[in-house]
Design a protein around this ligand. Structure first.
Ligand code: PLP
Length: 372
């Protein structure tokens, strides 16, 4: 059974059923324009990460404002984006396993697709899948630039690039150099130091590639916290910020930077209803762990002084109310700022687009649950 959306276009925000994912269109549109404007002078391409929103409607708006394509993390995410009209997708991640590789090369015949690799066994498997399907696949070698997640160190990355370049069915398309651990470092100085180290690792690798006569046409990386640093490095050719379109409470905790990063506004909220008022200082919302991700902290209550979201259980969110605060009443609807936008979006089927207090449109989170 496919469940009905929590709203219809035209109704007032107060009438939206809850918990619901709300996108305030005005700040959202300003965020998209700000991102495009902030890169105008740099000559660096924008390839937003669509794992934040998982929504082709949003990807198409990013492309209309000059993005060269989008990133995603999973083959099924790429399938959902391509089905929604996106023609150029980088899977900024490793794809391992025969079934996934078959889907990957099938999709590569229908859209401009690229994928990352950081291990020789995976490169061989990519080449086997591509040649079996008669496809040609763009492969970026992922470099570990300090995040301690995926990625090979410079010397191994240069060897992998040689392997890719020599593999039938594959084309070496550049380096993926994303420093995920730098995005939420709170001060600009810490972020800058981390990206300096990332840039040095990229330079070391491109020098090794050049020594082997391999051209590196693309260096891609950077998120909402650091993308201006990568863009100014003279080394990165493309940046991959994702959260900037929606934002979240955790990005809100980054110290103000002189750059435009923190000019991005909160556009994503979870609308929740007060479902119980069991005590004068306590209210309970209908939005708990199944409506909000809490990996980066609990949500913030928007525009209500002295009211804090203090505990999330499966279907409940407990609010603590200061004695001096205007206490919410049973049935009131409150807007919450999620701690982390990406996994929060993945808990919802629909994005309820709101402008001026009215529902303007409903966009499907088409890649919700696309984790294969
Ligand atoms: C490979 C990669 N690129 C870009 C991003 C975008 O980062 P953000 O959403 O912080 O802008 C992520 C996020 O985790 C990522 O994993």
């Amino acid at each position: 059974m496919s469940l009905p959306p929590p709203a219809e276009a035209g109704i007032a925000l107060e009438d939206v059923d809850t918990p619901a994912l709300i996108l305030e269109m005005e700040p959202f549109e300003r965020n998209l324009r700000r991102m495009t404007d902030s890169l105008k002078e740099s000559g660096v391409a924008l390839r937003p990460h669509a794992k934040s929103h998982k929504c082709p409607e949003i990807a198409l708006r990013q492309l209309a404002l000059g993005a060269v394509g989008v990133c995603c993390q999973k083959v099924t995410e790429a399938e959902a984006l391509v089905a929604g009209g996106v023609g150029d997708v980088l899977i900024a991640n490793q794809v391992v396993g025969e079934r996934k590789l078959r889907r990957l090369v099938e999709l590569a015949q229908r859209a401009r697709l690229a994928v990352c690799a950081d291990h020789p066994v995976n490169v061989a498997a990519l080449a086997a899948a591509a040649t079996a399907a008669g496809a040609r696949l763009d492969v970026l070698v992922e470099l570990d630039v300090g995040a301690g997640r995926c990625g090979a160190p410079p010397a191994a990355a240069a060897e992998l690039a040689q392997q890719v370049a020599a593999s039938p069915g594959l084309r070496f398309a550049g380096l993926q150099a994303y420093q995920g651990a730098a995005q939420h470092l709170r001060s600009e100085a810490e972020r800058a130091a981390a990206i300096d180290r990332a840039v040095a690792a990229v330079q070391e690798t491109t020098a090794l590639l050049a020594a082997h006569g391999i051209e590196c046409e693309r260096v891609t990386g950077g998120g909402t916290g650091t993308y201006l640093l990568e863009a100014a490095s003279g080394v990165y050719t493309e940046v991959q910020p994702g959260s900037y379109a929606l934002m979240d409470a955790d990005y809100g905790r980054n110290e103000p930077a002189p750059a435009a990063t923190l000019a991005f506004e909160q556009s994503l909220f979870v609308l929740a209803t007060v479902m119980s008022r069991p005590a004068p200082r306590r209210a309970v919302l209908d939005a708990g762990l199944k409506a909000l991700a809490t990996d980066s902290g609990l949500p913030l209550v928007d525009a209500l002084e002295g009211v804090r979201y203090v505990k999330a259980t499966d279907e409940h969110g407990v609010l603590e109310i200061d004695p001096s605060a205007a206490a919410p009443m049973l049935g009131d609807k409150l807007r919450l700022v999620p701690g982390h936008c990406d996994p929060t979006v993945n808990l919802h089927d629909w994005i309820v687009c709101v402008r001026g207090g009215r529902v303007e449109a409903l966009w499907r989170v088409a890649a919700r649950g696309a984790v294969f």
